[in-house]
Design a protein around this ligand. Structure first.
Ligand code: MG
Length: 374
């Protein structure tokens, strides 16, 4: 790792773990967090959870696992360029989607709707719940016992009522302060990753076309650049070259603009990062291009009728499962029945949120189709 900037998080200033543990020895504390995330059950499940396309729709589309790995790659590159703590930033990036339900945002919306009378469901909070409580890996404690700084980064958003229940970790949402630059970075790298890979997956699926993308300024200008440099390039190579140029342009803009923000605010310590406005941002000139790309993806891919048909089915699966378990918690597997005695709705939400796409489909069949035996 390169020398850390004075505003990076260091182990020396870490607010530590909920359950004190001996020092990790050959690794740093944040490397240990990263390793615990990689070895967790929730991380492996990401392989079978939707990003945009449901897992069985094709072998080459992103899943939440490959998405998380791409986010970690972008996060690490930018962290190193800015002198931030690469290990911490990577741990946050790899863990950021651990609490996602099956079927992507449709699943999250459906579960949130079911959970409305019981405190709601937020996937960020669920990621935190996964690493704090739900993982069963260690003899001495529930969860992964990650450092405060990794947990802070995982909790990207949080409602004020929920923030009040989270003590120290919820404080910044109440006080309106910022998390570390490593946390801010993982958040922005998430957007860079999905805005680019969703174009790639959208083109691969045939739901969007290169012609349509001509209306997106950043794509069109990068495509022209690639065609000038490689006359005659076409097909997959043209798409990949254009997308890699876009990722690079976004990362470079983020790095340069963040350096300008840090200079303009005179930030030279972590404490100043907390009190300054958001420092990891795209430049004013670049931001409208990012917004236009997001709008394009929403209108043409996420709201494509074929995607909406799938999300509609997904929504029904989630709410059918929730209703069936609420009506009779004895249908739950024994370990969740045990939890349901304390808080029925939350135990059911935990069970459903942990499911992969195909597990949820199978569980739906087991509960609602008479010729499925178990
Ligand atoms: Mg993500």
């Amino acid at each position: 790792m390169n020398a850390l900037a004075p505003y990076a998080v260091t182990e020396a200033v870490s607010r530590g773990r909920l359950h004190p543990e001996p020092s990790p020895g050959i690794r740093s504390e944040f490397q240990r967090d990263r390793d615990r995330v990689v070895h967790s059950t929730a991380f492996r499940r990401l392989e079978y959870k939707t990003q945009v396309f449901v897992n069985h729709e094709g072998d080459l589309f992103r899943t939440r696992l490959t998405h998380s790995i791409e986010v970690a790659q972008i996060t690490r590159s930018i962290a190193r360029a800015l002198g931030l703590n690469e290990d911490l930033a990577e741990a946050i990036a790899l863990a950021h989607d651990l609490g996602h339900t099956p079927f992507g945002h449709a699943g999250q919306d459906a579960l949130n709707h079911c959970m409305k009378p019981f405190g709601g469901f937020e996937h960020n909070l669920q990621s935190l719940r996964t690493v704090d409580l739900l993982e069963e890996h260690y003899a001495g404690f529930d969860g992964l016992n990650l450092t405060f700084e990794t947990r802070e980064g995982i909790l990207k958003h949080c409602s004020i009522p929920n923030a009040h229940q989270l003590g120290e970790l919820g404080k910044r949402f109440i006080e309106g302060t910022q998390p570390s630059l490593e946390a801010q970075l993982a958040n922005l790298a998430d957007e860079i990753a999905y805005n680019n890979h969703d174009i790639d997956d959208g083109l691969r699926s045939g739901l969007i076309t290169l012609e349509q993308l001509e209306e997106v300024e950043i794509f069109a200008s990068m495509r022209r650049k690639v065609e000038r440099q490689w006359p005659g390039v076409s097909g997959r190579r043209l798409i990949h070259e254009t997308i890699r140029s876009m990722i690079n342009a976004m990362a470079v803009d983020l790095i340069e603009n963040t350096r300008r923000n840090i200079d303009a605010q005179n930030v030279c310590s972590l404490a100043q990062v907390w009190c300054a406005p958001k420092l990891i941002t795209h430049s004013e000139g670049f931001e409208p291009q990012m917004q236009a790309l997001k709008r394009f993806l929403r209108d043409n891919l996420y709201w494509h009728y074929q995607v909406l048909r799938m999300t509609n089915k997904a929504r029904r699966i989630i709410s059918d499962l929730f209703d069936a378990f609420m009506a009779d918690p004895r249908l739950l597997p024994p370990q969740y029945q045990h939890r349901a005695r304390e808080d029925k709705a939350r135990a059911i939400a935990d069970y459903i949120a942990g499911m992969t796409d195909r597990y949820a489909i199978k569980e739906h069949r087991r509960l609602f189709t008479v010729d499925e035996i178990h």
